[in-house]
Design a binder for this molecule. Structure first.
Ligand SMILES: [Fe+2]
Length: 356
């Protein structure tokens, strides 16, 4: 028997601290609340406002010791799957650079096995936030975008073959970079206008690598070609706007920006997911799909509620509440029982997520 059982629970009997057992879906099939979310008073109020009578709640089906052991085993397995995926991806990128040909069948297999499992792993968002990136940026980034595009796809109600294609498109979105001059790709200084033009050609190079492969759906190719297009037409390479952009590319664009910002923070110091969310919310207004972005931020903030963070003064604090509009900086409760509204105390930074 598994470590958890799910039981239907009347919404009137739901209390903060309970865990959602099965995803709660809206009328359009979008995920309103993911499995594994720890319910806060605010989320319970939301559920009541949605008019739901009953939701599935998760209960631990074993002793605490067994439960902790299984969580540790799950964390070990996640790390192993991630590192195996990274090793394989490294070989595929090197092959692409050497032979100017993409190992499509191998990438397809990777997307459908190890990465598919990672998108279904409990705590995958915290895992990626806490991850130390040891390898090449493009490798980590491609893998993370693939995983998180799958996660956001599921939150948006994408299923079956479409979801598998989305994960593969995310994995291959930057493969065109394998054909870009390595000196430009790894240049630490600011790129010249000419070099920037070369870099901005990578979506077309990626599309061309896939063009002759008839087994892949056009959606996969369009996710690769259009992931730098922006809703207001300010993107590249074709300056498409709004409805001209395929929804795979809209999903990958959001995840691409989110992962680039979280990794930026890794180089500077530790990751504060809330400042990333805040930036995504404000700076990208009008540029990324607003509805998709709202679903992403809603689910990420629900996911982070109940998690423990370390403040820059060293104190540990639990996230207890999110503003439903900004989804950015939460109210936290510190270990010495002080409630702090981080929206009103912008000088207090969160240094890291310390809880999976
Ligand atoms: Fe890219």
């Amino acid at each position: 028997m598994g470590q958890f059982i799910t039981k239907p629970c009347n919404v009137k009997d739901v209390v903060p601290g309970m865990t959602v057992g099965k995803p709660v879906l809206g009328n359009n099939g979008r995920v309103l609340l993911s499995e594994g979310i720890i319910l806060s008073q605010r989320i319970i109020e939301q559920i009541t406002n949605w008019g739901l009578q009953q939701i599935d709640i998760q209960e631990i089906n074993q002793s605490v010791v067994d439960h902790v052991q299984e969580l540790e085993e799950c964390a070990r397995q996640t790390r192993e799957n991630y590192e195996n995926s990274l090793d394989k991806l490294k070989i595929y990128f090197e092959q692409t650079r050497r032979y100017k040909k993409l190992a499509v069948a191998s990438m397809w297999e990777l997307a459908h096995t190890l990465i598919g499992q990672l998108t279904n792993t409990r705590g995958i968002i915290s895992f990626l936030l806490m991850l130390e990136r040891k390898d090449d940026y493009t490798l980590h980034h491609s893998l993370n975008v693939s995983i998180l595009a799958g996660v956001l796809g599921k939150w948006l109600g994408v299923t079956g073959q479409d979801l598998e294609d989305l994960i593969l498109s995310g994995l291959m979105h930057d493969t065109g970079k394998a054909l870009v001059d390595i000196n430009i790709l790894n240049k630490p200084d600011k790129l010249s206008k000419k070099e920037l033009e070369v870099m901005r050609y990578h979506p077309i190079l990626g599309y061309e690598l896939l063009r002759d492969n008839q087994e892949l759906s056009e959606a996969i190719r369009l996710g690769v070609l259009q992931h730098h297009e922006r809703m207001d037409g300010s993107g590249y390479p074709l300056k498409l706007s709004g409805g001209q952009i395929h929804y795979f590319a809209k999903i990958i664009a959001i995840i691409d920006i989110y992962d680039a910002m979280t990794s930026d923070r890794v180089y500077k110091s530790k990751v504060d997911p809330f400042s990333v969310i805040e930036t995504l919310n404000s700076e990208m207004f009008g540029k990324i799909d607003a509805e998709f972005c709202a679903v992403f931020l809603q689910n990420i903030s629900n996911y982070l509620t109940g998690k423990f963070m370390r403040l820059h003064d060293g104190r540990v604090a639990e996230v207890v509440y999110f503003d439903s509009v900004s989804h950015s900086r939460p109210v936290v409760r510190t270990e010495d029982n002080e409630f702090i509204d981080l929206n009103r105390n912008k000088d207090i930074r969160i240094d890291e997520v310390i809880d999976v």
